[in-house]
Design a protein around this ligand. Structure first.
Ligand SMILES: [Zn+2]
Length: 303
């Protein structure tokens, strides 16, 4: 298994008191180094303009890459652009592309991208919800268009709905998007009735739902849909903000739930994808819960 990261991801400066802070990734990196001293680390390359344009409008690329602010500016109340943010966004998206290349090229079976900013709220033309580029969408489109795959599944267990990922693929049957998330919660999408072309599967969970409801949603509904889709590659938006300690949401998941879902996804990848699975860090805002959950996620990925 490979792990991708880049120092620039620590330099995306969202300002004091912002939940999506550099310390998040620092905690994840320190915890992974401590728990797994022999991980196969790789430096994430920059995503190219062509790779980003598969998912995004030129105007969004220009807004993120050409602005190059001298100090922090807000793209919206949640989403910040600092002097190093463009580089962080390019490396985060590039990590997913490189991870897809690695698993498709047989260099590894599984990969994890320890990156920030997160990506799953960014739409075709709008950076939002802490996200600049939709890294998981860029990775999926790279798998489809560079590696010639016909079916890629994106599963998303971040506590927030991946509205950007859904919007990018809701009319693209090559991709199945399966998500559990808290409703009501930011960004307000993710109702069960949002089904795209039959390729969008949403499992909203009520606030205060815990392990039982989460596991029932995946076992009873989401995993069977992914199974029936027979993906050739499994991509994971791995957000750990469903943890009971997370300050931004109310789900009551335990660290062990993230180990459980990871193991379930690996079994599915073994059945359909020759084991190929790429996971990308999304949310998670309690630093210790995030670190513990990442260690549990990697623990399963390393089995
Ligand atoms: Zn989230």
């Amino acid at each position: 298994m490979r792990v991708y990261t880049h120092p620039a991801c620590l330099l995306h400066d969202t300002g004091p008191d912002h939940a999506e802070q550099p310390a998040r990734l620092r905690f994840v990196l320190d915890a992974l180094h401590s728990a797994y001293p022999t991980l196969d680390w790789h430096e994430a390359p920059r995503a190219t303009r062509g790779q980003l344009l598969r998912a995004h409008a030129p105007a969004l690329l220009d807004a993120v890459l050409e602005t190059r602010p001298q100090e922090r500016i807000h793209l919206d109340p949640d989403t910040v652009l600092s002097p190093h943010s463009a580089e962080a966004g390019l490396r985060a998206a590039g990590a997913g592309v490189a991870a897809v290349d690695a698993v498709m090229g047989g260099l590894a079976t599984r990969a994890f991208c320890a990156v920030r900013p997160p990506g799953h709220h960014a739409t075709h033309d709008t950076a939002m919800g802490f996200c600049l580029f939709n890294s998981i969408a860029v990775a999926a489109l790279h798998a489809l268009e560079q590696h010639g795959l016909e079916r890629v599944a994106i599963v998303d267990f971040d506590v927030h709905h991946g509205n950007g990922t859904q919007a990018i693929f809701e009319h693209d049957r090559r991709v199945l998007f399966a998500s559990s998330h808290q409703v009501p919660l930011y960004p307000g999408t993710g109702a069960r009735e949002e089904t795209g072309e039959g390729n969008i599967i949403n499992a909203p969970l009520p606030p205060d739902a815990g392990s039982a409801e989460f596991r029932a949603a995946w076992s009873g509904r989401l995993l069977p849909e992914v199974e029936a889709f027979r993906p050739q590659l499994l991509l994971v938006s791995a957000g750990f903000d469903g943890h009971r300690r997370d300050p931004l949401a109310q789900l009551q998941l335990e660290t062990e739930d993230f180990r459980w879902i990871t193991a379930e996804l690996l079994a599915l990848a073994d059945r359909h994808c020759s084991g190929r699975m790429v996971s990308m860090l999304e949310g998670g805002y309690d630093l210790e819960a995030l670190a513990d959950s990442s260690v549990a996620h990697l623990g399963a990925l390393l089995t």
